[in-house]
Structure formats: C-alpha cells, structure tokens
Ligand binder design. Sequence first.
Ligand SMILES: *[C@@H]1O[C@H](CO)[C@@H](O)[C@H](O)[C@H]1NC(C)=O
Length: 295
Amino acid sequence: MFIPLPFTNMLYFQLVIMAGTVMLAYYFEYTDTFNVHVQGFFCYDNAYVKPYLGPEESSAIPPTLLYALVAGVPTFVMMISEAVLFLIQYSSKELDGQEKTIQTGDCCYLNPLVQRTFRFLGVYTFGLFTVDIFVNAGQLVTGNLAPHFLTVCKPNYTALGCQHALIYISQQEACTGNQEDVLRARKTFPSKEAALSVYAAFYLASYITCTVEVKGTRLAKPVLSLGLMYLAFLTGLNRVAEYRNHWSDVIAGFIIGVAIATFLFLTHVNDLMHSLYSSAWPHTQLPATYSATSQ
Ligand SMILES: *[C@@H]1O[C@H](CO)[C@@H](O)[C@H](O)[C@H]1NC(C)=O
C-alpha cells in the first residue's frame, strides 16, 4: 500500500503540478503578463453607471478578510477534526501494534493523521489556486465591464462625440479616470469573491459531511454545511449590492467554485478517505461497517 518509491515519485509529481499552478496564479494576479481584453461601451450605457463605492479595501468584505477566511477556516477546521478523529480512533484501541508499524516503511515515516491532513489540505490548496486561475482567465478573456465602469472611466463625452446613447466607443484611451480603477473595473466576469467563497464553503461542507462520523451530528452537519453555503451566498450578494459585479458574474463564480470543489472531492478526496481509512482504521469509517459496529 505505502510503497516508498512510487509514493515519493507521486509526491514530487504533485509538488511540480502544485508549483506550476501557484506560479500561473501568481502571473495572473501580480504581473501584467496577460493583457485584459479591452471592451468598448455605448455612451451613457445604463448598465455601467452605478456608483463607485471606493476601492476593494473599503468593501464590506475586503479582500484581505475574504482571503484570510477562505484560507484559514478550512485549514483550521480540517486540522482540528483530523486530530480529534485520530484521538477517538486511538483511544478506542483500533490502532494496535500491527497498524502502527504499517507505515514505518523504508524512507519516510509519516503518521497516518499527518499524512491524511496534509492530503486534505494539499487538495484544498490546489483547488484554491485552480479557482483563481479559472477566474482570472475568464476575467481577462472577456474583459466584461463592472456596473460602476463608466463612473470610474469618466469618459469625456464631448470629446468622444457622444450626441446620443447609440454611439459605440471602442477607443482604449476613452477613459480619463484613474487608470488603476478602470483596469479593475474591466475584470469582473466571473466574480472571484463568489468563486473562492463558494469553493471554500462547498469543500468544507463536503469534508464535514463525509468525514465527521460522530454520534449526535445528524442535524449539526447539514446545519453547519448550509450555514457555510449561506455565508458564501452572502459574499456573492454583497458584490452585487456594492455594484462591483453583475448577477451573471456572481452566478458564474458560484458555478466555477462548486464545480471545482465537487470535482476534487469526487476524484481525489473520496478515494483518499477510503484508501486511508480502510488501511489504517479498518473497522470504522466506512458507513456500512460503522453502523454495524455502533450497535
Ligand atoms: C472634453 O473635451 C472637450 C473637447 O476636446 C474639452 O474642451 C473639454 O475641456 C474636455 N473636458 C474635460 C472635463 O476634460
């Protein structure tokens, strides 16, 4: 099961993929390697004249808070749950001498708790960066305009010859406003905040639903999961309420977040739970055997 060589190779392979993903996300996020598609607009277009409520930092859910929650809460919850699950298993004498030594192979001893926790966190982190890449690619390729676009763009309608609303302005230099704000107002579809928050909520909800098998959690688990989804939903709503995104941006963000979380959970984590639990703790976690032993 835990043959050292393929495991180590797999680990390197995964680290390379992870590094590539992080680098791509970095290039999208912090460099102008990729240019945003410059969309034109109709003069006085009602869809883009909403008020500008200041930079992202003055939002009700500023980016730093969102990123901290999205990175911190699932990490914290997963580490605590894994530790508690391990202690429960350990104290209920499931881990006898044979299973403790199963991991002490040749090269690297990793206690099953640490290994499982690392994998859950690794898959989660990989997913975060993947969501970020999907969202950034969408934003740059479409160049969709924010609801407050014309407010920050401040086009000189006289100079542009806008006698009526049906004139289409496609010049890149049509905006006289703050170039940084204009650039940000060109990156809206899909909404990154919606995608990241729903990804975190969905992954964590799936994790809680699938792994935490403690008596008395029958009601607590769905309540907790729905609570998380609700917070993610509110994050998306706030984007629309602050005129930073259209409905379509938020919905597209939700779809990306749910899709990536579901995909990762179905392909990787489900597999991981079965293989690790059935090898390390044969009598407990699989639902069928669990209900049998709990009687
Ligand atoms: C707009 O353009 C016109 C014509 O080029 C110019 O006279 C006017 O000063 C400009 N207005 C602003 C606010 O820049």
